[in-house]
Design a protein around this ligand. Structure first.
Ligand code: FE2
Length: 572
């Protein structure tokens, strides 16, 4: 069974892992964090369900683990919307893009962990970033009053804001702000999304600022925000489109684009510009579409970006229980609700955007027949590492015909080569040299029932060296440290640890659960030093967003629960 059934059947739980092979190094520290959609509401597409934050401590005997053991902890993210669902699950309907309710759409916060200094956030595309307590992982607050975001993305009523955002906002180490995006659904001049650049200044959690991109409407999503020192980079991810027909019960007909627009905004242009004022971006076109792209912080020699292509990876498509796969076999009921996997090998490239000429200059490109399902990557996120990146580590999960539906193949007829999609192929963890995108190392997973996912780069620990940064480690860039590689399997989760400079040598140590525990689907990961205290800051309260009009539209019983949740959160 190539895709582990445990991705949808394993429960979320706390457990301990132990070293089962190799030797765990002493110069690794901190923890790896993983976002995960829980399987709570029987949603047809599981990636929209309420989020949990999982945490693997990389130091034995910490976070409550026994001596020599490693703690895996999972905490459900109890946003206001989740608390209302706990009280009234029957009031929530399950659609192909998540939950709807008289309260409004809940924030699932299920896609990516975002450590920012000593603070921790969880993010997703359908809501605001959510702050979590760094010790308990419990919900603390959402970021920015809905009015400061410029109001709802689409008026849907209720007490829960509807804000289409980015699952990958980016923290600016010089301006001490978080850059994100907000999408407004517009009907003129055409139906589409109007993007605004969003900036959250770290000290004040009650408000953000936003600037609509002058004249831009598009039909897609904005999954990632990236930056250099002087520029913010937005893009149409191109690989996710909401299909209105499908949302109302019809068959999906939307398909992803072959090329997407990219928008660059100079940070300086926003200095002193009142929130709400339109700003004109510099526009580019890129192919293939990409869910994830990462710019080099230093831009004195150009705006250099790793562009992780998602060629023919349509994240709007999910597997239904009645689907046949691309080989005409019924799909395993255990993979129903997961996404339809890639239908072509993926391209990774490094490019330079030149705002003067409007040209995109290709620096290096890698694509082979086996580069299927480039899903997730690991890099050094420290400011020093982003300034001078060396290695970029990527998981290719391999071709998975059992998770490509015949429906998808029909929808993309003429754009895909079915002969490439007949056989399962091994996954691989690969390291690429930044700049040239030359393949520096590759470690293959020939057992196709191994599902590699969510790699994380952990810098070599600086220990107690005076003046040294725990975030950047000894030698920043992505080569001096470790790649933490979860391998999901029905035989139990393995955490394989690689020397980041020598991924091709294979794991230097492996952890497994003491009872060979398997884990459910996890999405993005991040590394962070271990933090324990919730820092003092100005934060948004749920009660401050409640209006008499929104409350008055609710039946008495639901309104009473809103007051209860508000009081509960105010009491925290
Ligand atoms: Fe993502």
């Amino acid at each position: 069974m190539p895709t582990p059934r445990s991705l949808t059947t394993a429960p979320h739980r706390d457990f301990e892992l132990e070293v089962v092979s190799g030797e765990w190094p002493t110069d690794i520290s901190g923890e790896a964090l993983y976002s995960s959609p829980q399987a709570l509401g029987d949603l047809p597409y599981r990636i929209f369900d309420f989020g949990a934050m999982c945490r693997l401590s990389l130091e034995p005997g910490t976070r409550g683990a026994g001596p020599g053991r490693f703690a895996w902890q999972t905490v459900s993210i109890e946003t206001p919307g989740k608390r209302l669902w706990n009280r009234h699950p029957e009031a929530f309907s399950s659609g192909v893009t998540g939950y709807l309710s008289p309260f409004g759409p809940p924030n699932s916060a299920n896609t990516a962990p975002l450590p920012w200094g000593d603070r921790l956030f969880a993010t997703w595309d359908g809501g605001r970033p959510v702050e979590l307590h760094p010790e308990t992982l419990e919900f603390v607050a959402e970021v920015g009053h809905v009015d400061s975001w410029g109001g709802n993305s689409l008026e849907m009523g209720g007490v829960l804001p509807f804000l289409l955002s980015s699952a990958h906002p980016v923290a600016d180490p010089e301006r001490h702000c978080l850059w994100s995006v907000k999408l407004d659904v517009v009907f003129e001049p055409v139906v589409g999304m109007r993007p605004s650049l969003v900036c959250w200044d770290r000290e004040d959690g009650t408000r953000v600022r936003h600037w609509p991109l002058e004249g831009i409407t598009f039909d897609g999503s904005a999954h990632t925000v990236s930056q250099t020192r002087d520029w913010v980079i937005l893009s149409d991810s191109g690989n996710f489109k909401a299909d209105a027909g499908e949302m109302f019960g019809g068959e999906r007909t939307a398909t992803i684009e072959k090329a997407v627009p990219v928008w660059l905004i100079r940070k300086e242009a926003l200095d002193g510009l009142p929130s709400g004022t339109p700003v004109t971006p510099v526009c580019f076109t890129m192919a293939p579409p990409s869910g994830h792209y990462y710019a080099r912080w230093v831009d004195t020699d150009g705006i250099s970006v790793v562009w992780e292509g998602m060629d023919l990876m349509d994240l709007g498509l999910y597997l239904r229980p009645d689907d046949l796969d691309v080989n005409g076999r019924p799909v395993d009921p255990a993979v129903a609700g997961l996404y339809n996997t890639a239908m072509a090998p993926e391209t990774i490239t490094e490019v330079v955007f030149d705002p003067e000429s409007g040209k995109v200059l290709e620096q290096g490109l890698f694509k082979e027949d086996w580069t299927f399902n480039l899903q997730l990557s690991a890099m050094d996120w420290s400011t020093e590492g982003m300034g001078n990146p060396t290695l970029h580590h990527v998981d290719y999960q391999g071709c998975r015909p059992g998770s490509i539906s015949a429906r998808a193949a029909a929808l993309y007829e003429g754009r895909i080569d079915l002969d490439l999609l007949r056989e399962e192929t091994p996954g691989a963890l690969c390291s690429f040299e930044r700049g040239s995108m030359a393949l520096a190392a590759r470690w293959e997973y020939p057992d196709t029932s191994d599902h590699i996912t969510s790699p994380t780069f952990a810098p070599r620990s600086v220990g107690s060296t005076p003046g040294a940064s725990a975030h950047s480690g000894r030698n920043p860039g992505g080569h001096d440290g470790y790649v933490v590689q979860p391998v999901c399997s029905d035989d139990g989760l393995r955490i394989e640890l690689f020397d980041a400079a020598r991924v091709g040598d294979g794991p230097i140590a492996t952890l497994m659960g003491a009872n060979k525990e398997a884990i459910p689907l996890i999405l993005h990961s991040a590394w962070s030093p271990a933090h324990h205290e919730l820092v003092e800051a100005e934060r948004l309260s749920f009660s401050s967003e409640l209006t008499e009009a929104a409350l008055g539209a609710l039946p008495d019983e639901l309104r009473a629960s809103v007051h209860e949740v508000a009081a509960e959160l105010d009491g925290c």
